[in-house]
Design a protein around this ligand. Structure first.
Ligand code: SIN
Ligand code: CO
Length: 379
């Protein structure tokens, strides 16, 4: 982790005093930082059909006339002069290696909670308007300056006719101008408004906050694929019905009894979480090496240079359900657990590490799928 990132407090202090409790504003959290992508790179990504983006023209005087265009953007749209505008690019960590490295500076918060890195580019006066988010966010100023107003107001009513969630009554209690490299942590539901002072970029390190409903639907979906109930519907005592269209109480009772066979244990929940939290988003595709090197060359290069996980790869583990990579459970010998835990934490294997043949074989499979890449030079 970068030394100044939290302004001199330890991650433990941050968790105890700020995380999900109150904002933290750190001047020069990343000294010399001006971003990980140029304006041209941000525009290229915004115009790319594989990348999630939004172009927002927020009109403070008439919020309902604000507009949001989802990507891919047209290049000619990224020039407007009349209404201030901003373009937001999601998942920058997936496309820009320095973005992935920046995102993982924040893994003093567990990777299981980490979502993605977003960048916004705005012209003078641009922003998305006063709003609140349901997730935690770190906002890191790239190039240029931005004014941030914050409020912990209870009133969360929003303009119903606006295409964005914009607060009707925004009453800021903090007002800060952020320079390049300044950082702002916001807990969920803190209202905020960022207004560009001249052209600027802001990086958002966002966290996952699934709702109970999303988790339940995800779990039931997972369970449906792992369920194996015995028995079938039977009615040797079937009684004649004077109305053949009725679903009789005896049928409901029998099905109710059958469904009591749906059970799950804590291990199933851990297993579900492992695959749910590592499942790549539907827009994600891996690029296998073309052509791949053979296993022997792989093993030699791995031993010399090491390897890194692809930025799109998600690898998590739990004591209860073991390892999951990109939505799949892995079978790993107990003797290799420590190595794999280290790899999951650091997202890389050092060149000098002593690896078992089983791990080398496993990593070769990941390499062939494009989940992991060999380092070109000794790390
Ligand atoms: C922005 O970068 O303009 C938006 C970030 C946010 O308010 O969540
Ligand atoms: Co926000």
């Amino acid at each position: 982790m970068l030394t100044h990132l939290l302004g001199g407090i330890t991650p433990q202090q941050f968790l105890a005093e700020y995380w999900q409790k109150k904002p933290l504003h750190v001047r020069q959290a990343v000294p010399g930082f001006t971003g990980v992508a140029s304006r041209a790179e941000i525009f290229d990504l915004a115009c790319d059909g594989d990348v999630e983006s939004r172009l927002v023209r927020y009109r403070a005087d008439a919020p309902e006339t604000s507009t949001v265009d989802f990507g891919p953007q047209r290049r000619t749209q990224l020039r407007g002069k009349k209404t201030p505008w901003t373009v937001l690019v999601q998942g920058l960590n997936l496309w820009v290696p320095a973005g992935d490295a920046l995102l993982h500076q924040f893994d003093f918060i567990p990777q299981a909670r980490l979502d993605d890195l977003m960048v916004s580019y705005a012209v003078d006066g641009g922003g998305v308007g006063p709003h609140f988010d349901n997730y935690d966010v770190f906002l890191l100023q790239g190039f240029g300056r931005r004014r941030w107003q914050l409020s912990n107001q209870e009133d969360r009513s929003v303009h119903e006719d606006a295409p964005l969630r914009i607060l009707k009554h925004f009453q800021p209690v903090h007002d800060w101008v952020m320079d390049p490299g300044d950082l702002l942590y916001l807990p969920p539901q803190w209202a905020h408004n960022g207004i560009a002072i001249g052209e600027c970029t802001t990086y958002s390190i966002g966290f996952k906050s699934p709702t109970a409903q999303e988790l339940a639907v995800g779990f039931l979906d997972w369970l449906s694929e792992h369920l194996a109930l015995e028995g079938m519907y039977a009615d040797p005592d079937l009684a004649w019905q004077d109305n053949s269209a009725e679903i009789v109480p005896a049928m409901v009772d029998q099905v109710a009894r059958m469904l009591t066979g749906i059970r799950w244990a804590r291990k199933d929940i851990a297993d579900f979480l492992g695959s749910y939290l590592t499942e790549p988003k539907p827009t994600i595709f891996f690029e296998p090496p073309d052509p791949p090197v053979d296993e022997e060359t792989f093993a030699r290069t791995l031993a010399a240079n090491g390897a890194v996980l692809d930025p799109r790869s998600l690898l998590l583990w739990s004591e209860t359900a073991g390892f999951h990579l990109n939505g799949e459970a892995l079978t790993v010998d107990a003797a290799d657990h420590a190595t794999l835990k280290q790899l999951a934490h650091q997202r890389r294997v050092p060149g000098s590490g002593k690896l078992s043949p089983a791990i080398v074989q496993l990593l070769y499979c990941w390499y062939e799928d494009g989940f992991l890449h060999l380092q070109e030079n000794a790390a």
